[in-house]
Design a protein around this ligand. Sequence first.
Ligand SMILES: *Cc1c(COP(=O)(O)O)cnc(C)c1O
Length: 360
Amino acid sequence: MIPYEDLGKLNQPFFKELEKDFQDSLQSGWYILGNKVKHFEQAFADYCGANYCVGLASGLDALVLALKVLQLPKDAEVLVASNTYIATILAVINAGFKPVLVEPDINTYNMDPEKIEERINARTKAIMLTHLYGKVCQMDKIEAICKKYQLHLIEDCAQAHGAKFKGQQAGTFGLGAFSFYPTKNLGSLGDGGALTVKTEQEATLVKSLRNYGSAKKYHNDHIGYNSRLDEIQAGFLSIKLRYLDEITAHKRTLAKLYHDNLKGDFIKPQVHPDFFDVYHIYNIRHPKRDQLKKYLLENGIGTEIHYPIPPHQQKAYQKIFKGESYPIAEEIHQTTLSLPISFAHSTNDIEKVMEVMNQF
Ligand SMILES: *Cc1c(COP(=O)(O)O)cnc(C)c1O
């Protein structure tokens, strides 16, 4: 069996270091907002090429707090891709704003710059992009639109740690919301997230918001949240961050194998020199996706679907997007299949997957 994911195996190379760090955290007696969080924030900001980074409890919280930092008017509309993971849309709703969906480009799966302007009106205040599957969006065109209409930019970088567009890294174009959910390219052993920001003022505000709106103990300057990255996870993340480039390189090697050897029946992710993709997910599309998934499972290969139901058709969101249709998102959701591509997979595993796939 080649599973889609095996987190125990994935983390095995780091066990010794993680165990030692856990002992250290355990004995320190300091479990929330201490030196390990500070150290990780600095290390991750440096890694991204961002000015500041603030550790948070999850990727969803990072998206919500990014919206709070912008202090948008109550009736603000925020543009979000129609095929993103639900968290991006949920963040807009939880922050009290209206999500407006923009269709993706069928070749990149990212928000289509050509379809943004038709969704902009006087209430539109921000674009919240998702760098889906580990590919950064078409940032030159999108930055030009933001400038033209004076829109704020938030990047959902949950799948794009270290991904680049023309050499510039995800999380440095706007406010960068990261998730460290265990399956992400930089994954903790629990929940975790972070927001990268440009100014010290923004960093100070996010640090206050994550801690009950308080900078000084028992003094509340803002209506805040409890959204702190904890010391144990920060310690683990600092260790794994040192291996992130190795993890990315491994995934890129596996992606290239797929790219070069999978037969043409499968629509593969676009490869273009402007984009440094980190392949959080390697998806292909095929009209008989469900049959393919079943066939692969019968042959001992685990796959996933990211995602089976588009956000506007989810039960909880049908009212919000009533009467709207997003045919490109629907097409992607009906045909996409994610293949094994983790740090725990060997090139041999991928050869086996391709051998079975090419006989479909
Ligand atoms: C994982 C993910 C999130 C949410 O991150 P959590 O840490 O689970 O809250 C948000 N957006 C995208 C695109 C994701 O893949």
